[in-house]
Design a protein around this ligand. Structure first.
Ligand code: FAD
Length: 476
């Protein structure tokens, strides 16, 4: 017999934003027995705001991307929490490895040409983002900048590709499906809305209805979250019961499970985590979608080390310098996609690194990394940058509870005709009702890789259960 909301037991795996969104919506809809198991000793997952410098830094999500049809923006737009950043990256300078600073206008033209060569609306047949970019970039260079130095244009294309790869979190743009890339729905409006000096954790507090002066509280989720509880097994024990077993041996027999762990965790663990094994379509999606790595490194100085009119720089590696770099101990520096200042944190620099180099650098000591960065500054900049006072960086891939940063749509997924909807589809119990549900950013069809996508996915799965229980209202 179908249970009612008050007695039904629902377990969420993961207290990232998707799990938190799902749990808060279930509680709002009178579900009486909702619990989250979280492997880490903190909530938030890939939202991780920590004190550093003059206020806070975000090790994971930092910007609200867009305003229209963005559920994060919708929730906060009247609360004066977000600050416009504008077209920040257009001010970041292109600098060559011989210290030559490319004139701002030329740099913007090269960047603009590369940007317009990425598959957009009418190019739905594009094979991969990389192949489309390479072909169209050179056509546009011929028509718009025929006089430009070809070596410089090549360096700019490589630089743009690194930057775009770090935005998409891909190892390179040739793995990103051009067709599926177009399914990402950009929310119009400012793409880099920042949370001032509060960080993205402010949004989590809002979801949980925590007062601003009680940042450590869990608000609506008080008593519902168990931290340091790593789930190792999820098994169907009856047509209508699922057993969830934790690493410490604790077991929970529940009516429904909403699994929100990252795609990277699913890829690594699904074979031993689920019993019976997940359906073939879902396994297909798990194997062919990808969770890429993007990491951040924060450097704190006594005072801002860049001149006032220098926002930051993109590295243009000259061919001969790149050859040398690749044979050196600092080869990982090639993975850096940009270095720049941060709004509301005047004494900090933020360095982005991704792809295979990003994964490799996670294994190096801070000392080695700082030596490399100092060498990079000396190689590219005409002014001196002192050693930083403090240094902190993310290691999203090395952490077994994440195994990467955010998902993207691969050419492989395109070939196999799979994607987020296969990842999102629930596994039914023997009684034909949704027992094992999936949320998390990678399950979002059009907003994957973002906080708003993860939030929507959490709401989506909560709504699935709410709808399922609507028919037994009278049962309460
Ligand atoms: C460096 C970086 C920058 C980003 N920048 C932005 C940005 O500016 N704007 C934006 O919109 N998005 C950004 N994102 C993406 C955004 O952070 C994610 O899409 C979103 O936070 C994912 O939320 P989630 O709930 O789906 O997953 P997660 O946050 O990964 O939550 C899943 C939770 O499950 C837990 N877990 C894993 N395994 C287990 C287990 N076995 N048992 C129990 N718990 C487990 C994890 O610890 C985690 O807390 C960024 C991400 C990164 C890493």
């Amino acid at each position: 017999m179908k249970k009612c909301r008050a007695s039904s037991r629902i377990l969420l795996i993961g207290a990232g934003v998707s799990g938190i969104a799902a749990a808060t919506r279930l509680l709002q809809n009178k579900f009486g027995n909702v619990q989250i198991l979280e492997a880490e000793k903190r909530i938030g997952g890939r939202i991780n705001t920590i004190p550093f410098g003059d206020n806070v830094i975000d090790m994971g999500a930092q910007w609200c991307h867009g305003e229209q049809r963005n559920c994060v923006y919708e929730m906060v737009k009247d609360l004066d929490l977000l600050d416009f950043t504008g077209d920040f990256f257009s001010g970041v300078r292109m600098v060559r490895s011989n210290k030559e600073v490319i004139p701002l206008e030329l740099g913007q033209q090269l960047y603009g040409i590369a940007d317009m060569s990425v598959p957009k609306g009418s190019n739905a047949e594009a094979e991969s983002v990389g192949s489309h970019l390479a072909e169209h970039y050179w056509q546009e260079i011929e028509s718009q900048l025929p006089q430009v130095d070809r070596a410089l244009a090549t360096e700019a294309l490589e630089c743009f590709s690194r930057h775009e790869s770090s935005i998409l979190a891909s190892d390179n743009l040739f793995e990103v499906s051009g067709r599926l890339h177009l399914e990402y729905e950009k929310c119009s409006g400012d793409q880099l809305l920042n949370w001032r000096d509060k960080g993205y954790a402010r949004f989590l507090r809002l979801l949980m209805k925590v007062c601003e002066d009680e940042p450590e509280e869990l608000g609506a989720l008080e008593g519902c979250v168990l931290l340091g509880k790593k789930v190792v097994k999820i098994e169907f024990i009856d047509p209508d019961k699922v057993r969830v077993v934790c690493e410490d041996g604790d077991a929970f027999d529940v009516d429904h499970v909403i699994c929100t762990v990252s795609l990277g965790v699913l890829q690594e663990q699904h074979e031993r985590m689920f019993s019976p094994p997940l359906p073939a379509e879902k396994v297909n999606a798990i194997r062919s979608l990808q969770l890429g790595t993007v990491d951040k490194m924060f450097l704190e100085y006594e005072k801002q080390p860049f001149p006032d009119d220098f926002v930051g720089f993109f590295c243009l590696w000259r061919e001969e310098d790149l050859k040398q770099l690749r044979c050196s101990d600092f080869a990982w520096l090639e993975g850096i996609s940009g270095i720049h200042k941060i709004k509301h944190q005047p004494r900090l620099l933020l360095v982005w690194i991704g792809g295979p180099h990003g994964r490799r650098v996670e294994l190096l000591s801070d000392k080695r990394v700082l030596e490399g960065l100092q060498w990079l500054f000396c190689t590219f900049l005409r002014f001196d940058v002192p050693p930083p006072q403090n240094f902190f960086r993310s290691k999203w891939f090395a952490n077994p509870n994440f195994r990467g940063s955010y998902s993207y749509r691969t050419t492989r997924a395109d070939e196999l005709d799979t994607g987020p909807s296969d990842l999102a589809s629930p596994v039914m119990g023997g009684d034909g009702y949704p027992r094992l549900l999936f949320a998390g950013e990678a399950t979002s069809q059009s907003h994957f890789s973002t906080v708003h996508g993860a939030t929507e996915a959490g709401f989506r799965e909560a709504d699935r259960l709410i709808k399922y229980y609507e028919s037994c209202k009278t049962n309460r």
